[in-house]
Design a protein around this ligand. Structure first.
Ligand code: FE
Length: 337
């Protein structure tokens, strides 16, 4: 069936739209579960996430600390693990059922990728661990235990997993992972075709190749982002993002960073792409962390047209004119020369 055209009166949207409508997320992957960060200074990194970001510790095991945002219904939102170099470890995606998990495993295997079943995370059942085509570790799982808050963090309302800890910024959830990739188009095609994500926005450079692409598994406008790695390296991280409730929280986060010596790279400001209100800081291990407030922006349209930004549009900078900082194009983890 032919796609229904975008109405004439949506002129600004029409101007941006250069691609055909996309299909909704498949639904087999329910949402971004948690991510793992590597750091050479785990004590300092964990302290940053507790004192500044406002996460709490769920448990510890060897070189890993399992941390959680207050509104996460699962055991952990973030795993901080000691390594010589900073970077991104495992990104875990929760599937909507065991059947959905098995379907995605089969779909990934059909691309020629391999993986293995493990059971190595607290409060989580079988995980199938694989990699995206750029070498980032991905894990698919379904079985999980709902978090039971300890008495000192018991929530006031039964529909909330844990009390707000009342420390630091107090981020609500892990919002998205932004990877660096050598070949954005190939890697995101895998996320779309094998995992069933929907691309919502992208950058196409003048020579025709895709410079960045934003994918969602939900009605949030993005969960996994891939940006071209200008060094040609593979498997690196651009940033990990945590969502706050309000824009004001981002301004407060900037003040708090000033007062506590947290390095601010850029912001607060508003992105043009996805319109996210943002602040970028570095945690002590060197990984870039974003505090973001995507407002209540949702992609409800079942036939959402993939929005494509041009090189000239990107050169205008962020939404209110802030130029994109140079280190945004050069800093990734692990560092490369
Ligand atoms: Fe981001």
């Amino acid at each position: 069936m032919a796609a229904i055209p975008v109405p004439e009166n949506l002129t600004s949207l029409r101007r941006m739209v250069a691609d055909t409508p996309t299909r909704p997320p498949l639904g087999d992957v329910a949402h971004l579960g948690h991510a793992q960060l590597f750091t050479p200074v785990p004590e300092e990194t964990v302290a940053f996430f507790i004192d500044y970001m406002g996460l709490t510790v769920a448990s510890r095991n060897g070189d890993s600390t399992y941390l959680r945002t207050w509104d996460d219904y699962e055991h952990h939102s973030l795993v901080v693990t000691r390594r010589d170099q900073p970077g991104i470890g495992r990104t875990a995606l929760r599937c909507s059922s065991r059947e959905a998990l098995d379907r995605r495993v089969a779909a990934v295997q059909a691309t020629g990728a391999t993986g293995q079943w493990v059971r190595d995370e607290p409060s989580i059942g079988d995980l199938w661990v694989t990699q995206d085509p750029d070498g980032h570790e991905l894990a698919l799982y379904h079985e999980t235990e709902y978090w039971q808050a300890p008495a000192e963090l018991a929530p006031g309302l039964k529909n909330q997993p844990q009390a707000k800890p009342g420390q630091g910024v107090g981020v609500r959830r892990l919002d998205h992972v932004n990877y660096l990739a050598k070949d954005v188009e190939t890697t995101t095609d895998f996320v779309i075709d094998a995992l069933g994500a929907r691309p919502t926005e992208q950058i196409r450079l003048d020579d025709g190749h895709i410079g960045a692409r934003w994918q969602t598994f939900t009605q949030k406008s993005y969960d996994l982002v891939y940006t071209e790695d200008w060094t040609g390296s593979q498997g690196r991280l651009h940033h990990l993002a945590f969502a706050t409730d309000t824009r004001e929280d981002i301004l407060r986060a900037a003040d708090l960073a000033l007062d506590t010596g947290v390095f601010i790279e850029t912001g607060p400001h508003k992105h043009a792409i996805q319109q996210t209100f943002f602040l970028y800081v570095y945690e002590p291990g060197g990984n870039r962390i974003e505090l973001c407030n995507p407002l209540t922006r949702l992609v409800l349209a079942p036939d959402w047209p993939l929005v494509t930004w041009t090189e000239a549009e990107r050169a205008k900078g962020q939404a209110w004119g802030l130029q994109t900082i140079e280190s945004f194009h050069t800093h990734g983890t692990p560092r490369v020369d």
